[in-house]
Design a protein around this ligand. Structure first.
Ligand code: G3P
Ligand code: MG
Length: 248
């Protein structure tokens, strides 16, 4: 699996509301080839794009994502569109030729194995395989893998390199480690690369920091500002730029 160097974080980074279809299109429109988005399950088991445990910050509504049905989530507005399903996001990525990092989000009170299985089933049905599945949870990654008959790529998400990181990466069959940029010093980068794994660092919002990490051996960086690396033309969503930023 070849990673794009620059991956728009939570859909289109700050180019559009986070985890929206508009974000995917905005990222593609500036020439970004890779996107990352977060997946969670609705109360009735439909994988949707959402980062927080609740819908409060990113929609006009309130409530815990895992306690709202898909129909209820569809009533909520994310910058002029309903909460997207994973299937819709994958279709948009395929349409736009985007590489996709599907993150299995470890949410409070959520059934992480059920999330992995449900996402895996959707991926088996509609995904073109252009991208990678990631999670902090090896249980979620293995559950997704159990539903996929063809080879897919997996990445272990970590904050820093705990003593068991290699064992967990092997357990998950990971081709990459996705690590918090603040922990990606020379030793950590060397350890991951020496293990034969790719390394992607999140979330890098300064151009010089991103280039430094890439020069030091990182394979890719996640950013809320993909426009720092890509030409802003053409960009029909220009009025949105710099007005909508994901929370830290
Ligand atoms: O997958 C990398 C990054 O998205 C992890 O952080 O909290 O933004 O999902 P978060
Ligand atoms: Mg994420």
């Amino acid at each position: 699996m070849v990673y794009p160097r620059i991956i728009a974080h939570r859909g289109g980074g700050g180019l559009a509301p986070e985890n929206s279809l508009a974000g995917l299109t905005a990222a593609a429109n500036i020439g970004c080839r890779g996107v990352e988005f977060d997946t969670m399950l609705s109360a009735d088991g439909v994988p949707v794009l959402m980062h927080d445990d609740t819908v409060d910050r990113t929609t006009g509504g309130s409530g815990v994502v895992s306690r709202l049905t898909f129909a209820e989530l569809r009533q909520l507005d994310i910058g002029g569109e309903p909460v997207p399903s994973l299937a819709e996001a994958l279709a948009r990525c395929a349409e736009l030729g985007l590489w996709a990092n599907i993150e299995l989000k470890v949410a409070v009170d959520a059934d992480i194995a059920a999330l992995g299985q449900s996402v895996g089933r959707v991926l088996a049905e509609v995904w073109n395989g252009h991208g990678v599945i990631s999670s902090y949870s090896t249980i979620a990654l293995l559950a997704a893998k159990s539903q996929l008959s063809r080879d897919s790529d997996y990445a272990l998400l970590v904050d820093d390199l705990r003593p068991d990181w290699r064992e967990r990466a092997v357990e998950a069959g990971a081709c990459a480690v996705h690590m918090a940029a603040g922990w990606a010093d020379a030793a950590a980068i060397a350890s991951v690369r020496a293990a034969g794994l790719k390394l992607a660092c999140y979330t890098v919002n300064e151009y010089t920091e991103g280039e430094r990490l890439l020069a030091a051996g990182a394979t890719a960086v996640f950013t809320d500002f993909p426009e720092l690396w890509h030409s802003p033309e053409p960009m029909p969503e220009a009025s949105q730029i710099l007005t909508l930023r994901p929370a830290a």
